[in-house]
Design a binder for this molecule. Structure first.
Ligand code: ADP
Ligand code: MG
Ligand code: MG
Length: 874
């Protein structure tokens, strides 16, 4: 049996999105639910895939199937294609298995030709409407299906308006459109070299092929890349009977969410335009009315729509994003899908739906994409700053957050300036899919036109990026690079602040503050903690970081880097002295000065962390990183040290390395200068004992970096241990402590069975481990690694998403071998990857006890860990 490539709407359902696409599957589902959906059929993604393999053969089989489905459609509607009394018209809409908003173009009113347009006129007794529809169709078909220059058509229309002395299409009459249609057909012939196709079937075939081809247009490819969507999925094509929102004042079209997609509030939320067709609402051409007004205008239609939205929500058990059209007072649903939402809304909806009994807690947790929480963890403007600032004007609060940056007036400009290190806000009249790259580069987006569902708003919410749309008082001149509001004129040199949560726009830079964690988010995180069994710690070097991390729910510190403490103004001198010392005595003198400072740092951190585990790493980077570089700094230092500048330079030169990453760093420092390790061990233990004496039960975890061999590690470990014994004796108190190492050199992972015998814990330093496994310098990879991603050699940057095959193999090996010889071994990760959701899930399954990540990523890592646990127990 040959593959079935075409399904009528009543032959499909929502589980068939892989072949019918999301749009098609949901149209089928709604049809079967008895919702009023214009009838149609879907050509499958399998046809699209085959189209790319063997276009000709596909059409041989597809032809017949389409013919028979057109027959069904004609029968269903009691209309025929190209009829001169009541013609069948359809839309041709793309729809991939994963929604790609605005990425592929829809053709409306297909089936119109010189005969059918008369039929439409006869049937509706509305000549203006008939010819308006025809001219729209010719233009869309020319542009979308044939790729002809749409400006040439716009020129005709503009000329017509000038000739009539009117401003908008609205003011043109039937005869004007008859004339426009004639001219359009001429333009079409000029550009395409053939007549505008009069055969509806030919129109349809060309349109279907065009949708297939659009799967690989640059816009679609970029969108898939950004959203990690598989290129091989293909798109389905939906052919659907037209309904008309542009038949007069009792017709209209709109889009709506069953709940507010910005905040999650449980109210119908959307926009509509009366006497309008298709994309008029989302295109931002006219500013639409809020859906609540429909309640007053057409109460019955509103109620029906409201009830449909409720039904769909209950059915899908999720917030819905719907498109509808009203044709002469009759409501039709044209699309539904699970709505995209801000992180704030995602959490709010998840929590509300549990309380409404629609989903359970676990399901609610699985609903929220961990990465999306990032949007919630972003700063807002401080109340103080807002109070003292005079807002320039206000737009729509399209996507929450606070953005401060210099103004960029075009997408390419935004991309370029961002690349050069500038922080920019993209300011546009309105955005289109071509602006995507610029939107990615900008910290925020501001548009003059378009509603809450305009391109800018939808895309920004998807990215979790601050956006203010439809700020109608601003005048953007892309060519002169100016933004004007009343008398205020801003240029690319100026900074603006935009508030995506209120819509306010300010000149200058407003102060921002970290996010507040309460309300639905607090409840949500409680559930996260309830279902999660892997711990989440933070990487924090200072009491300030640690405090921030505690607010985000850190359960300990997985990595406290002592070198950051060395850089503080008041200590760097002693540190430099210690490094430059040519004899032990001078070095020890400097270390003695550093000791109390380090002890105080550790004391403060331990105190703040209140008995939560804290892993302190002994000094790791190559020593020369601490030395001064400029002439003046060097001579100042020489003066202080009572050394000759030449001698200082000589010593600096001695410390330079050809390969510092593989050089004199990590525990190697302790092998050569044991006094440094001793000082640090002493500082840690003295701080911990002080707290224990105060009744705070601190159990220090001391981490030795960069080991590659058990003997090397054992050597440094013994130095540390002896010093600790001394401290115990001096203090007259012994406390429990752990001594562990980082696994960041492949050899350490491979010999983990030996290493585990002399340590209490492993912490995977996956930054270095990735660097060394790939032989890929972290500091130089920027020069070539991006090209690997671009050329599809690597799917992802291995420094961002852990490479499970290679680096993961080493991690798994170390876990297995380590636990074999030391079953009590504690396991964690402190690399950058510890906050990346996919990596967190992977490491959970590998069996780590905890991950450690930067403070702002804690809720993300926690949710990923909870989801991993829920998925595992399913
Ligand atoms: P997108 O995926 O970009 O939203 P759609 O296929 O949903 O593209 O359609 C674009 C616009 O055309 C939407 O406003 C939609 O409601 C409208 N539309 C699509 N098909 C029909 C139809 N059969 N009748 C009336 N309007 C339609
Ligand atoms: Mg749509
Ligand atoms: Mg390291």
């Amino acid at each position: 049996m040959s593959t079935k490539y075409v399904y009528n709407f009543d032959e499909g359902n929502k589980t068939m999105r892989d072949i019918l696409g999301g749009k098609g599957a949901n149209l089928a589902e709604m049809t079967n639910m008895g919702i009023n959906v214009p009838y149609g059929f879907s050509v499958t993604t399998e046809a699209c895939i085959r189209y790319y393999k063997e276009d000709k053969k596909l059409w041989d089989t597809l032809n017949e199937e389409i013919t028979s489905h057109i027959k069904d459609l004609e029968k269903h509607n009691g209309k025929t294609f190209g009829n001169n009394e009541d013609p069948l018209l359809v839309s041709v809409r793309s729809g991939a298995p994963i929604s790609m908003p605005g990425m592929m173009d829809t053709i409306l009113n297909l089936g119109l030709n010189d005969v059918a347009v008369k039929g439409l006129e006869n049937k509706t007794e509305n000549k203006r409407f008939a010819y308006d529809s025809y001219r729209r169709f010719i233009q869309m078909f020319a542009d979308v299906a044939m790729g002809l220059d749409k400006n040439k058509f716009e020129e005709v229309l503009t000329a017509k308006k000038e000739e009539k002395g009117v401003k908008t299409d609205h003011d043109l009459d039937a005869e004007d459109f008859v004339d426009v249609v004639e001219k359009y057909k001429k333009v079409y012939k000029e550009l395409a070299g053939v007549e505008f196709p009069q055969d509806p079937r030919k129109q349809l075939d060309l349109a279907i092929s065009a949708v297939f081809s659009s799967w690989n247009n640059p816009r679609a490819i970029l969108y898939r890349k950004l959203n990690e969507i598989d290129d091989k999925m293909g798109t389905a094509v939906n052919v659907q009977t037209m309904v008309f929102g542009n038949m007069g004042e009792t017709s209209g079209t709109g889009v709506a969410f069953s709940r507010n997609p910005a905040t999650g509030e449980n109210v119908l939320y959307g926009e509509y335009l009366m006497n309008a067709q298709g994309e008029d609402v989302v295109a931002g051409v006219r500013t639409p009315e809020p859906i609540s007004h429909l309640h007053e205008l057409m109460p019955e239609v509103y109620d029906e729509f409201y009830n449909t939205a409720q039904t769909l929500e209950k059915h899908y058990k999720d917030m819905q994003d719907m498109e509808f059209t009203i044709q002469e007072g009759k409501l039709f649903l044209l699309q539904t899908r699970n709505g995209k939402r801000t992180a704030q809304a995602a959490v709010q909806v998840a929590v509300d739906m549990v309380e409404e009994g629609l989903v359970d807690e676990k399901e609610a947790l699985l609903r929220v994409n961990p990465q999306d929480l990032d949007g919630l963890l972003h700063p807002t403007f401080t109340a103080e700053a807002v109070k003292n600032a005079q807002s320039l004007t206000k737009g729509l609060a399209a996507s929450p957050g606070a953005a401060v940056g210099k103004i960029a007036f075009s997408a390419p400009e935004a991309a370029k300036r961002a690349k050069d290190g500038e922080v920019v806000v993209l300011v546009r009249e309105e955005t289109s899919p071509e602006d995507l790259e610029g939107m990615v580069s900008a910290v925020g987006i501001l548009t003059a036109r378009g509603g809450m569902t305009s391109h800018a708003a939808v895309v920004a919410r998807g990215m979790g990026k601050c956006c203010v749309s439809g700020a109608s008082d601003i005048h953007v001149n892309e060519f002169e690079h100016t933004l004007r509001v009343g008398d205020v004129v801003l240029t690319s040199e100026d900074t603006i602040s935009i508030d995506g949560s209120t819509g306010e726009i300010y000149a200058g830079a407003l102060a921002t503050q970290p996010p507040q964690m309460h309300g639905a988010f607090g409840k949500f995180m409680q559930w996260v903690d309830k279902y999660r069994d892997m711990k989440v710690r933070t990487n924090a070097d200072t009491p300030r970081d640690a405090k921030q991390a505690l607010e985000f729910g850190a359960e300990g510190i997985g990595l406290c880097r002592t070198e950051h403490m060395f850089f503080a103004d008041d200590r760097i001198f002693q540190v430099r002295k210690m490094i430059l010392a040519s004899d032990l005595e001078t070095r020890q003198a400097a270390l003695d000065k550093i000791l109390p400072m380090q002890e105080e740092d550790f004391y403060q951190i331990y105190k703040l962390m209140e008995e939560r585990p804290v892993t302190v790493r002994l000094l790791d980077p190559p020593l020369h990183e601490f030395l001064p570089k400029g002439e003046k700094e060097i001579s100042d230092l020489a003066l202080d040290l009572k050394m000759l500048p030449a001698r200082v330079k000589e010593r600096i030169a001695e410390l330079q390395e050809v390969n510092p990453m593989l050089g004199f760093r990590g525990l190697r420092l302790g092998v050569i200068y044991p006094e440094i390790s001793k000082m640090q061990a002493r500082a840690i233990m003295q701080a911990a004992i002080r707290l224990n004496k105060e009744g705070v039960n601190v159990v220090p975890e001391i981490m030795i970096p960069l080991s590659s061999d058990v003997h090397e590690l054992d050597y440094v470990k013994n130095i540390v241990r002896e010093e600790i014994e001394k401290v115990f004796e001096e203090q007259g108190m012994e406390i429990k402590y752990l001594l562990g190492t980082m696994i960041e050199i492949p050899r350490a992972a491979i010999t983990a069975d030996e290493i585990a015998q002399v340590t209490d814990f492993f912490s995977f330093g996956t930054n270095d481990l990735t660097q060394m496994t790939f032989g890929l310098s972290r500091d130089d990879a920027g020069k070539f690694l991006p090209a690997y991603i671009e050329k599809d050699i690597f799917e992802k940057d291995p420094f961002q998403v852990l490479d499970q095959k290679g680096v993961g193999f080493l991690v798994e090996t170390a876990v297995e071998k380590g636990r074999k010889t030391n079953p009590a071994l504690h396991l964690g990760i402190c690399g950058e990857h510890g906050g990346e959701p996919n990596t967190v899930k992977y490491l959970y399954n590998v069996g780590l006890d905890y991950v450690s990540c930067s403070p702002f990523r804690i809720p993300i890592a926690k949710l990923a860990a909870a989801q991993a646990a829920i998925e595992k127990n399913k």
